[in-house]
Write a protein that binds this ligand. Structure first.
Ligand SMILES: Nc1ncnc2c1ncn2[C@@H]1O[C@H](COP(=O)(O)OP(=O)(O)OP(=O)(O)O)[C@@H](O)[C@H]1O
Length: 258
């Protein structure tokens, strides 16, 4: 358990190599609203981190800094030993390709079949031949248990299936790091479990590091090696999910209903 507040002096020093993602004193303001007010967070290679917190506290904003969809006003964002907040051009493109991002919306093209959605990415970002792409797509669909949906359109799938296809989309380029924004929102408990267990298998079988934003306690219970609670622009507490749940802090007690 730790109170995470980085010192300004610590920002410039690269994190140890086993730390895949490190945010150091990250500040982000939109107009008058200071959303992040010194967020510091470490995620170790091969582990699954969960970021929790009340609605509108800046969890998505935090995640977007890791792929440089947002740039901090102050502070540093380290990913695989590189300062993402300072990267540009090809180096940034390369880094982004090693990160899978599962958006809340799933980001599937409605006008394309499941197969075409996946092939679109492979065609664009790899030099695989058509038959190699086909093998990769079918293998990935098998992995999420949905090979039979290859010729279907996203609108024909259930919510849980759409999430699993979105997961297939996020892993098809074989990323080393996966970011999930609410991977189980709107799913029934059985689908929550299925998607969460796939996330665990990605860690256990492929050594993928992940960071997930979730409100869903069942999902957090299944996937979290470590949980971080965002409150008033900072990480209020980091620890195991149980440590957070057992905390006496009124904000955490209120959140967990304990
Ligand atoms: N690009 C942006 N421009 C202006 N304000 C933004 C931008 N992105 C986020 N915000 C604001 O930052 C705050 C935090 O948003 P964010 O989406 O990160 O919250 P969240 O913790 O993920 O919430 P939820 O759990 O409800 O999804 C909100 O007040 C939001 O309006």
């Amino acid at each position: 358990m730790q109170e995470a507040h980085a010192t300004i002096e610590g920002i410039e020093a690269p994190p140890p190599s086993e730390i895949v993602v490190a945010l150091r004193d990250v500040h982000k303001r939109f107009g008058e609203r200071e959303v992040l007010r010194g967020v510091s967070l470490d995620v170790e290679e091969g582990t699954s981190a969960v970021v929790m917190g009340g609605s509108g506290t800046g969890k998505s904003v935090l995640l977007k800094h890791i792929v440089r969809l947002l740039v901090p006003d102050r502070g540093a964002v380290w990913v695989f030993g590189q300062r993402v907040d300072q990267l540009e051009g090809e180096t940034l493109d390369r880094l982004r390709l090693s990160i899978g991002y599962l958006f809340q919306s799933g980001a599937l093209f409605d006008s394309m079949t499941v197969y075409e959605n996946l092939d679109f990415l492979l065609e664009r970002h790899t030099r695989l031949s058509k038959s190699e792409r086909r093998d990769r797509i079918l293998e990935t669909l098998d992995w999420v248990g949905l090979r039979h949906t290859a010729t279907q359109y996203p609108a024909e799938l259930s919510g849980g299936q759409r999430k699993r296809i979105a997961l297939a989309r996020a892993i098809i380029l074989q990323p080393k790091l996966l970011l999930y924004d609410e991977p189980t929102t709107g799913l029934d408990p059985v689908s929550v479990r299925t998607v969460s267990e796939l996330i665990v298998r990605l860690r256990d079988e492929r050594g993928i590091t992940s960071i997930a934003i979730t409100h869903d306690l069942l999902c957090a219970e299944i996937i979290a090696d470590r949980a971080h609670f965002l409150h008033e622009g900072r990480i209020l507490m980091s620890g195991t999910l149980d440590e957070l749940r057992r905390s006496d802090h009124p904000v955490l007690r209120n959140f967990f209903g304990t």
